[in-house]
Design a protein around this ligand. Sequence first.
Ligand SMILES: *[C@@H]1O[C@H](CO)[C@@H](O)[C@H](O)[C@H]1NC(C)=O
Ligand SMILES: *[C@@H]1O[C@H](CO)[C@@H](O)[C@H](O)[C@H]1NC(C)=O
Length: 285
Amino acid sequence: MLIISVFIIGAVVADQSSSTECPAVLKAAGVSDMFAPMIAHSVHSLTLEDIRYFFDADATEENGVPTVNMDLFSDTRVLPNAPLIGYDDDFSTMGMKAFDLVMRNMNRTWWGITNYNTLETLLHAYHMAEIWDKTAEKYKTVARLLDPESEICACMTDVENNDVLNYMNLLAFKIRYPGITSGNKTIADQYIEQRKRRSAAYRIAYDLSLQAAHFRSLDFDGFDFDLPDVELLGDIAEKLVDNEEVISQHIDSSEHWEFWKNLIKQGMDESGFYDLAVFLFCTLN
Ligand SMILES: *[C@@H]1O[C@H](CO)[C@@H](O)[C@H](O)[C@H]1NC(C)=O
Ligand SMILES: *[C@@H]1O[C@H](CO)[C@@H](O)[C@H](O)[C@H]1NC(C)=O
């Protein structure tokens, strides 16, 4: 709390005004240099209902929080706003609402997350809710200290230039085409064929890695994410390799749960929650 205040106040009084100064502005505000991939991972499945519950009861459909389109066949990979998802309000807890959403869609192909089994999809939903719950505390602190008109917020919300949209697009590719950044080029060739045939026979599981160790600083120079998937798959497989492997241990036993449990517990450190709180506050205000 004290450290956060010092960071924010220090950065507000510093006279920074150009967006080329953003890395320095954000660093002075205590934002980690890996904030872009971390934010992409942490908000990709956020819904408007989640925003209203965890962060801002008055948030609208024009909330500005980019998310991965749950419709994985759509040409629109990344949505400009977190969408209204339609939780069943007959349920009162977020847990039941999330459970219902997963179960209602469990037999839909090309929707949500590829090739997780139902338990893993539920785990993903609860895991994200935990991250948002922990971020909500930090959000309150940030809201007291940070000015939405500040240079910090201008830099955080400049998602076109601060790599948040690039990492969000890349994440959409990883969800649609598991293993695409693993360094195995054969995988890309297979996906290009499948996508051309618009076949849904994707049989590889995506690794829900939220480990900070997995976040690499990638160079998106020359990538135009406005191009269709088939035109980008080859380049992504070649140039954006982060060795993210396809997951092999499904949750089918208490032993394998240990593996997943460690994975999600290592998920995010304190700086991640802070970065996310700053990003959401700046975007929603
Ligand atoms: C629905 O999905 C579940 C879990 O993947 C599967 O076991 C079941 O066979 C599917 N049911 C139908 C009718 O497709
Ligand atoms: C690369 O992926 C293909 C297709 O999934 C697989 O058959 C092959 O064994 C993989 N190669 C390596 C070196 O892992």
